[in-house]
Design a protein around this ligand. Structure first.
Ligand SMILES: NC(=O)c1ccc[n+]([C@@H]2O[C@H](COP(=O)([O-])OP(=O)(O)OC[C@H]3O[C@@H](n4cnc5c(N)ncnc54)[C@H](OP(=O)(O)O)[C@@H]3O)[C@@H](O)[C@H]2O)c1
Length: 384
């Protein structure tokens, strides 16, 4: 018996290095693949500034980190390139996207903006203001036009935008309202229309109905003729009702994934339920649209992307449609959002307004995950 055990031991021993070797090869292959990917996706440097000696105030961050890396600095005022417009910023709005850029997390963000430190040090995306100058190839805008849209570096006195990513602002829409629309409004509109393909009469549930995206989404889903259920906390129930939701679930009292009601479309702005539980709340051929989720503590590597990744693996085996949705700045959508605000069909819910100098506070507030509607940054008109 002892002999057999001894023999077994002897036969087992040589296997260990083999296994180790295999693991080493797997790790090496992975490292080469990841290295190759990182090399292939070298972030592109920011456009040259083309300044003419003038200076301006803007928020910058020279490193990745929490809101205390943000500085209000006197920097060079850059002139637009041939396809750009220079905007005198009147208002901007803050989005979770801003703290993703500020922190450089999930690390995927760094593939675009530099691995060790940010290549583009300006922050802010949503902008509204007045055109100050246009590039030689710009055809749609002229100095003096009131515009809004997407401009990298919106948290500053001036920002440059591609002419394809801004539109004219209707006179009846304020700069603050317009600045609230680009990211959150486009995401709400496109998430319902292109992601959820929401139709009249469908039961639509919006998880995270009281935030920047959610407050627009509830109203737009109603305008599509859907039966809308909004999920929010106790203090926001009345707000979500006032936006037109047919039914509101207070997540502090009830978990919609454990109830009997099934939905044709679930839009998830929060990412706080498992794929399995979300599927339970969907009809057999229902659609799950994953918009976002994962606060600053969700993990540096994948953050809120973990849920969509899990859904991707489940998708081939189920009839339900499970998809992650990424919005984009489209001029026609920006125009129709502003048109709805102008006609009183879409309400912009503004939670707080901060001056540019208090941007770190605004970002901290947004990071807390408690914003009700939009957080606006008012930019005082620079003195001549
Ligand atoms: N995929 C895209 O293209 C895209 C575009 C824009 C945004 N996003 C992502 O979408 C998400 C939402 O963006 P946002 O601008 O709406 O963010 P936000 O304004 O910061 O959202 C804050 C809201 O979330 C609510 N909330 C927090 N925990 C909740 C929970 N457990 N259940 C229900 N509601 C909860 C809060 O309400 P209470 O205080 O009542 O809890 C608050 O009103 C973010 O993760 C963002 O990164 C994705």
């Amino acid at each position: 018996m002892n002999e057999v055990t001894d023999r077994n031991d002897r036969t087992r021993k040589p296997r260990r290095p083999l296994l180790k070797k295999k693991r080493t090869w797997v790790l090496l292959t992975l490292a080469v693949l990841i290295g190759g990917l990182v090399y292939a996706m070298q972030p592109s440097p920011p456009l040259p500034c083309n300044g003419n000696g003038e200076r301006m105030q803007a928020i910058v961050h020279h490193e990745y980190g929490q809101a205390d890396v943000l500085r209000l600095e006197n920097i060079e005022k850059c002139m637009p390139n041939e396809h750009q417009v220079l905007i005198k910023v009147r208002a901007a709005s803050a989005n979770p996207l801003d703290w993703h850029y500020m922190r450089g997390t999930p690390y995927l963000v760094r593939m675009e903006n530099g691995y060790r430190k940010p290549l583009t040090e300006r922050l802010g995306v949503d902008v509204a203001g007045v055109v100050e100058a246009v590039g030689s190839q710009v055809t749609q805008f002229k100095p003096g036009d009131e515009v809004f849209g997407v401009a990298r570096g919106a948290f500053g006195e001036y920002a440059r935008a591609s002419e394809k990513r801004i539109v004219h602002k209707p006179a009846a829409v304020t700069f603050e309202q317009a600045a609230a629309l680009p990211v959150a409004g486009s995401t709400a509109l496109q998430g319902l229309r292109d992601g959820g393909r929401v139709k009249q009469g469908q039961r639509v549930l919006i998880n995270g109905a009281s935030g920047g995206v959610g407050t627009f989404m509830v109203q737009l889903a109603k305008s599509y003729g859907a039966h809308v259920t909004g999920v929010c906390s106790t203090r926001n129930v009345e707000l979500v009702k006032s936006l037109g939701a047919d039914h509101v679930i207070d997540y502090k009292k009830e978990d919609f994934t454990q109830a009997d009601q099934r939905y044709d479309v679930i839009i998830d702005n929060v990412g706080n339920h498992t794929v399995g539980n979300l599927r339970r709340a969907l009809t057999d051929e229902g659609t799950l649209v994953m918009i976002g989720g994962g606060g600053p503590d969700a993990g540096d590597w994948l953050g809120g992307m973990l849920l969509p990744l899990k859904a991707m693996f489940v998708q081939p085996f189920v009839d339900q449609d499970l998809g992650f949705f990424l919005s984009e700045a489209r001029q026609d959508d920006l125009r129709s959002l502003a048109g709805m605000v102008e006609q009183g069909k879409l309400r912009v819910v503004v939670d707080r307004t901060y001056p540019l100098s208090e941007l770190p506070e605004a970002i901290r507030y947004l990071e807390s995950g408690r914003a009700r509607g939009k957080v606006i940054i008012a930019v005082a008109a620079p003195q001549p």
